[in-house]
Design a protein around this ligand. Structure first.
Ligand SMILES: [Zn+2]
Length: 240
């Protein structure tokens, strides 16, 4: 919800007071109150060379009941120079995830961010629980993957490699710190298909089986039925 249904004020979450109203969206203009509906989110974080992009098609196939969205689909280079830097990009990611979640589809979002960067986004209030998994790999594997990229991607410089591996080590440090609930998945020795199977298992640990069954039905018979009733040829025939 972005507009107050009573007074029409813009309800951007950055302007809302969640600290005194943790379970409600309260219009700052007229005080109108609506229940805050939070959606679960599965966020998979990995830096360049962690195996993220290679994984995507396999992960989509392994999780047909979810919308698997790669954050890099949103042009990150538009945000580096903005006043709030990449924090604005992280918030855009959560806005997109929220729009998908409003359609009651489980969202698996794959991008580069630490949990604390997501927690700093106004849109993080729309998600709970936020399940976080870090993609890791050995330093050697990450370096080799980055050096194997075509030159136009500028991924082979020592600085870029160090930055990418620095993120991976940061994920490992966070997970080691304990009590963060952060899961790690090491892609070093696995095929993308095997990684996707393992990660789909991690998602389904916290995804209700009813959701999986529901979307299995939709993808099967129920969706076919919906298509049949929406077929224009059929509706014309009925009218004729
Ligand atoms: Zn209002």
């Amino acid at each position: 919800m972005a507009i107050c249904t009573v007074c029409g004020a813009w309800l951007e979450p950055s302007a809302l007071d969640f600290s005194s109203n943790p379970n409600a969206i309260v219009c700052p203009n007229c005080g109108h109150r609506e229940r805050l509906i939070r959606h679960p989110l599965w966020f998979i974080a990995g830096s360049s060379g962690s195996g993220k992009s290679t994984l995507m098609p396999y992960l989509r196939r392994a999780l047909p009941e979810c919308v698997v969205f790669e954050g890099e689909a949103i042009d990150f280079w538009r945000y580096g120079d903005s006043p709030t830097g990449y924090a604005a990009l992280h918030n855009q990611w959560l806005k997109v995830a929220h729009q998908i979640a409003l359609g009651e589809r489980p969202v698996v979002f794959v991008a580069i961010a630490y949990p604390q960067q997501l927690a700093a986004c106004p849109f993080h209030h729309y998600f709970s629980p936020l399940h976080f998994l870090g993609l890791t790999c050995s330093e050697q594997a990450q370096r080799e993957r980055l050096l194997a990229r075509p030159a136009w991607r500028n991924a082979g410089s020592p600085e870029f490699i160090a930055q990418s591996y620095g993120f991976t080590r940061g994920l490992e440090a966070l997970a080691r710190a304990g009590n963060t609930g952060i899961a790690l998945h090491d892609t070093t020795a696995l095929t993308p298909a095997d990684s996707a199977t393992a990660i789909a298992g991690w998602v389904r640990q916290t995804l209700s089986p009813n959701v999986t069954l529901h979307y299995a039905r939709i993808v099967g018979l129920d969706l076919a039925e919906a298509h049949a009733t929406a077929d224009p040829a059929r509706s014309l025939k009925t009218r004729g």
